[in-house]
Write a protein that binds this ligand. Structure first.
Ligand code: DP6
Length: 425
């Protein structure tokens, strides 16, 4: 399963990737390997004003997650010996002619040509490969089926890797945006806004850094995986129906989000968790309200999601302040924002409400979590029905950096023959 799946990316043909140790093309091949992060929106993007260029109806803002826990790795290679452009996603060959993939390839090559013509006649290795075909191989270190936004990290990584391959620098979020809207925000680390822009050609619809990942060191993010099933309505199709049918979405885009963007940026700059958390929850709730206002309605949240929402509000009420905040994208998994001193206790609460079903897999992944004794008073204050297995596992992470080029040769996904190193890559 790859990050193009939800946009109907079907394989044009299957190839056995084990079966390709044919020619050694090492000498003439130029390669780049990069990694890119996942981001979670705290002011949601939902709805396009231009489907082809992927221009949104409102600005949005996200937190980039640390690549130690969640990342996409992509190797791109160019060689005169390749006979066609090809792509492998999570070990399987996929459809290179997918329109969004083609947009990204075309735009990067366009930038590279522009750079070559403006740079005089200098023939460097990057410009020599401009007419070569490329091979692209991409893997996620997290299950695509877990419903985590893999297209954002996937397209951000693709665009960043191609830019390194061709030696292109500068504004790349405009190109990543044309792969998947949310991907433009994965081009930076920390806190990132996607300014919707006004122009018809999309030149001003770009991602901008609000604050780097070092700005708020205490911030932690917990991903509560409520279901590893693939979602039913993809975001691309879902938001299209919402734009066509939801009057609430129109109101949200025109009258609610502009004010929230200003408030959210201020909350982040001041590291005001109370304001940050409340806005995050309200915006997630409004996004899901627009889904319900869509006709026919779209349901992304399930019973477990609703229980997590109640749990968070009871926990905050017990303390009389916003200590944890939830956000949900186009699926039932909860993303919890909190500050470091609260992590151990809240994880303990989640465990007691959604005890792990012993299938041998670790319940906690990512940053270490310590024990926290829960008082009877707190337990009875947050008490919900115990729902064993409702949360399959929890990933504990923090804000992290944007895409990086890897110098670690062991991460290179393409072998000397220009084909994926293993079929299960
Ligand atoms: C709910 O970026 O996946 O995660 O632009 O059609 O590829 P396309 O959609 P996508 O939508 C993400 C929607 C969201 C909210 C968000 O990330 O802002």
């Amino acid at each position: 399963m790859g990050w193009m799946d939800r946009h109907d990316g079907r394989r044009s043909r299957e190839r056995d990737t084990n079966n390709c140790n044919s020619k050694n093309q090492g000498g003439k091949m130029k390669k780049a390997t990069c990694t890119a992060p996942v981001n979670i929106a705290v002011i949601k993007y939902w709805g396009k004003r231009n489907e082809e260029l992927i221009l949104p109806i409102n600005s949005s803002l996200s937190v980039t997650l640390h690549q130690d826990q969640l990342k996409t790795t992509t190797t791109v290679a160019a060689s005169r010996d390749f006979t066609e452009d090809r792509i492998w996603l999570n070990g399987k060959e996929d459809n290179i002619s997918h329109p969004r993939l083609q947009s990204c390839l075309r735009e990067i090559r366009r930038l590279a040509r522009k750079r070559r013509s403006s740079g005089g006649s200098r023939e460097d290795s990057a410009s020599r490969i401009l007419n070569d075909k490329v091979h692209i191989c991409s893997v996620n270190n997290f299950p695509t089926a877990a419903g985590l936004a893999s297209s954002a990290a996937g397209y951000a990584c693709l665009v960043y890797s191609l830019a390194k391959l061709y030696g292109v620098e500068g504004e790349l979020s405009e190109i990543a945006r044309q792969g998947s809207g949310s991907a433009c925000r994965s081009m930076y680390g920390g806190f990132v806004q996607w300014v919707m822009g006004e122009r018809e050609d999309g030149k001003d619809s770009l991602a901008q850094l609000v604050e780097p990942e070092t700005h708020w060191p205490e911030l932690r993010i917990l991903i509560l995986v409520a279901s590893a099933e693939k979602k039913h309505v993809g975001s691309t199709a879902g938001m299209q129906t919402s734009v066509e049918t939801s009057p609430l979405l129109k109101l949200r885009a025109e009258s609610v989000v502009p004010g929230r963007m200003v408030e959210m940026i201020e909350a982040i700059k001041k590291k005001d968790f109370e304001a940050f958390g409340q806005l995050t929850m309200k915006d997630s709730n409004q996004f899901h309200a627009t889904c319900l206002d869509t006709y026919p309605p779209i349901f992304y949240l399930n019973q477990v999601s609703h229980r997590i929402i109640s749990l968070v509000h009871r926990y905050n009420t017990y303390y009389g302040q916003t200590k944890v905040a939830y956000s949900f994208d186009a699926g039932p998994n909860a993303v919890i924002f909190t500050l470091e001193p609260t992590v151990n206790e809240f994880v303990e609460i989640v465990k007691s409400s959604f005890p792990p079903e012993s299938n041998g897999d670790p319940y906690l992944k990512g940053l270490p979590v310590g024990p926290a004794p829960l008082s009877q008073e707190l337990l009875s204050a947050v008490e919900t029905d115990v729902c064993p297995g409702g949360v399959q596992y929890v990933i504990v992470t923090q804000p992290g950096p944007g895409p990086v080029e890897s110098r670690d040769l062991s991460l290179d996904l393409l072998g000397p023959d220009g084909l994926p190193k293993t079929s299960s890559a």
